[in-house]
Every structure is written in C-alpha cells, then in structure tokens.
Design a protein around this ligand. Structure first.
Ligand SMILES: [Zn+2]
Length: 305
C-alpha cells in the first residue's frame, strides 16, 4: 500500500461551499457495468443523441461500459468532520462483484491527504446500506471487523437498518448484499457507536436527512445548508449522467423502480428550481453539477474543477 504514488492518493476534488469545505475521497473510478447491465431499458440511440458530452467521460462505446466512480464526501464544518457514504472498503468478501472483492486500496491515505485522520471523524452518515456505501465503516484488525472511525457516531436510518437487518425473521436477502450487514454494520452496533435516526435528523445545524425511497426502502438524501450555500448529497437517487436526459432509466439495483423514478424526478425538479449543487456518489469526473430543465429531461451544469 505504501508504494502507491502520491498522485493516486491526492483527493481529486475539494472546494469550499459557504462555511464548510467538501472533499471527494475516491475508492474507485473506472469501468462500471455495461449499459444494459446497469439500466435494462437503455438504448444505443440514447448515447448517440448525447455523445457530445457523455462520450468518453461517462461512457465507452467500444466496450459498452459505463464510466463510474465510487467516492465518499468529507464535509468539514467549523466544528465537525463528517463522512457521507463509505464506499467499498478493503478486504471485504464480495463474491458477487469482482470489483468489490478483497480490495486493497489507499482510501484511508486519500482521507488523510484531504485532512482527516480516522480518529478525527465525528459523524459517519450514509444514504443507504448497499455494499458500495458502507464498506469503510469497518476495517479488519486482528481477524475482527472493528469500526474504522473509533470516535465517531454512525448515524443509521432506522428504516434502512431494519431493511437489511438479517437477524429479523422477515428479512429479504439480496445476493449483492451478502456479508455486508455482518461485516460493515453489525460491528458498529456491537461497538456501541450506532445511533438510529429518522428522516428530519439534523447534524451540526447544517446537514438534514431527507427521505428518498425507491433505490432502497430507507434510502435518503442529505441536504447541506452552509452560510447561504446549499447542496444535496444525492447518493444513488441518480447513478449516472445519462439519467439526466433520460430520468426514466432505472438501475438493476433499485428495490422499487417505480418509486425510485418518482423520487429521482422529485429530487431533480427541486434541484433545478433551487439551483442547489448536486453531489452524487457515482458520477465520474467532474463529479458534481447543478441541474437545468424540468419534468422529462434535465441537463447538467458542471461545477468548474
Ligand atoms: Zn451505490
């Protein structure tokens, strides 16, 4: 891990918004699933119609692979350091996805380069419990999974926690989620660092948890209000920029595609009306944008690097 070149460790995006600083902490950027592997209703003409801005930054026609990113957002306020969505993690047994399986990536070094030691993290928040959002919750020490951020409170939405709690009699398993609750959520509970919260929960007078159901039952977005500036950590409400002109494209990972689509339109309509900066989890560079348009189709206005 120490041989990783510095250029690979440095965070590729950080900026100030109001009285907070925001840094993107990368765990993966590169080829994702095929277009229809991710969005079954995706058609070749969708890429052709928007090739001027989607290709090659977000789609490789030669291989039919989406270009994707998996990153965390570090929010540093005058009082706290807060992590939003904790990516894939290292050493996790993920047999259903080779990209996620038994990784060894310098995510912690990137976090340090962005100015945060794990012990300095005050709050860990996640939009939902999928494997690519909770992985760094824990790391393996002496053969046991322990919380990566030993001084943090981990804020878990009660509804999402219940959805994935495999100890429940009514638990509905998903192959891509095998081992995730046991290695990335339960150890946090056992360490006494989990706090169950509901929609409307506010952190540091700046971050508010809001409902965004569909992708998962308890899926959330996290709204930032910072000294007059506003942004929205939108998680997987929208996975990929092709869903801006075609919001009707639903991913194979949506628990309830119809509800996910209604949520996506509601969130994008509101972002277009308000001018809020949208900070998704999986957009490749330049990672975040403001939204123009309404209803049936949207356009990004990328934030300058
Ligand atoms: Zn995701």
């Amino acid at each position: 891990m120490n041989a990783t070149p510095a250029s690979a460790i440095l965070p590729s995006l950080s900026f100030r918004l109001g009285d907070v600083s925001i840094a993107r902490i990368e765990d993966y950027q590169g080829p994702g699933l095929s277009s229809t592997g991710m969005f079954p209703a995706c058609r070749p003409d969708m890429w052709l119609s928007h090739a001027s801005w989607l290709v090659p930054h977000f789609y490789d026609p030669a291989t039919d692979r989406l270009r994707t990113s998996i990153h965390s957002w570090l929010v540093t306020t005058p009082r706290h350091k807060i992590l939003i969505d904790c990516c894939i993690g290292n050493g996790k047994h993920r047999p259903s996805d080779p990209r996620f399986h038994m990784r060894n990536e310098p995510w912690l070094e990137r976090l340090a380069a962005a100015g945060a030691h794990p012990d300095e993290i005050d709050f860990v928040m996640c939009t939902h419990f999928h494997a690519d959002h909770v992985g760094w919750h824990t790391r393996r020490v002496d053969g046991r999974w322990v919380p990566t951020f030993r001084n943090a409170r981990y804020l878990f939405k009660r509804q999402e926690f219940d959805r994935w709690d495999e100890r429940r009699a009514d638990h509905v398993p998903r192959e891509s989620q095998r081992f995730v609750f046991a290695d990335s959520v339960l150890p946090v509970v056992e360490a006494g660092q989990a706090v169950l919260i509901d929609d409307g929960h506010v952190v540091d007078d700046r971050l508010t948890v809001e409902p965004a159901p569909g992708h998962t039952a308890g899926n959330a977005v996290i709204r930032l209000r910072a000294a007059g500036e506003r942004a929205l950590f939108s998680g997987d409400v929208i996975h990929h920029p092709v869903q801006l002109p075609y919001p009707e494209l639903c991913s194979v990972f949506d628990d309830d595609p119809a509800l996910a689509l209604a949520t996506r339109r509601r969130v994008l309509d509101a972002a277009a009306a308000s001018g809020d900066l949208l900070l998704p989890t999986h957009f490749a560079a330049p990672f975040c944008c403001r939204i123009e348009g309404a209803g049936q189709g949207y356009r990004p206005r990328w934030r300058a690097a």
